[in-house]
Ligand binder design. Structure first.
Ligand code: IMP
Ligand code: MG
Length: 176
């Protein structure tokens, strides 16, 4: 019989998530004060983080979403990145902050940054809740990072495995 995946160690507890999201919102508010800020959420995983972050901002901003395929239902990066849903509006001349749930290999983000940079935003930065050590290979420097976590497959607070576990209020390792 094949073993079902199950939840393991909690990597980031719910109260640590709440505290850190407020800190990140404070930093973003200070940095973008008086600027036309557009948050871009990467569906679907970043939705929970983005909603909490946006509600904690002291400044006004707009939000838009993109959907990108990377993993399917597997736990390893395929390296294949495809836009499933593009932005509703143009970003030319706007201050864009990409909000991501997690950076693993960084392949998804690398593709996204190159794609969006070509549309002429006034600035383009990244706010990632979670960062895995493997991402250093992709030469990415996200401006805001919530937590650096070990190189394990995690779920919760938006992150899924085959569309499950997104609603967990904490981030935990998924044991295969
Ligand atoms: P990357 O291209 O390897 O950086 O992968 C980025 C995307 O893969 C993220 O936006 C997630 O959707 C997904 N992903 C990467 N690591 C994990 C994980 O540990 N749990 C759940 N999803 C993950
Ligand atoms: Mg994602």
């Amino acid at each position: 019989m094949t073993e079902q995946p199950h939840l393991g160690e909690v990597v980031v507890a719910a109260d640590d998530l709440e505290r850190r999201v407020r800190e990140l919102a404070e930093a973003v508010s200070a940095d973008y004060e008086g600027k036309d800020l557009l948050l871009i959420g990467v569906l679907k995983g970043a939705v929970f983080f983005l909603a909490d972050l946006m509600r904690s901002l002291r400044i006004d901003c707009e939000v838009d979403f993109m959907a990108i395929s990377s993993y399917g239902s597997s736990t390893k990066s395929s390296g294949v990145v495809r836009i499933l849903k593009d932005l509703d509006a143009a970003i030319e001349g706007r201050h864009v902050l990409i909000v991501e749930d997690i950076i693993d290999s960084g392949l998804t983000l690398q593709y996204l940054l190159r794609n969006l940079a070509g549309r002429g935003p006034a600035s383009l930065e990244v706010c990632a809740l979670l960062l895995k050590p493997s991402s250093s290979q992709a030469q990415l420097a996200p401006r805001y990072v919530g937590f650096e976590i070990p190189d394990r497959f995690v779920v919760g607070y938006g992150l899924d495995h085959a569309e499950r576990y997104r609603a967990l209020p904490y981030v935990a390792v998924l044991e295969a």
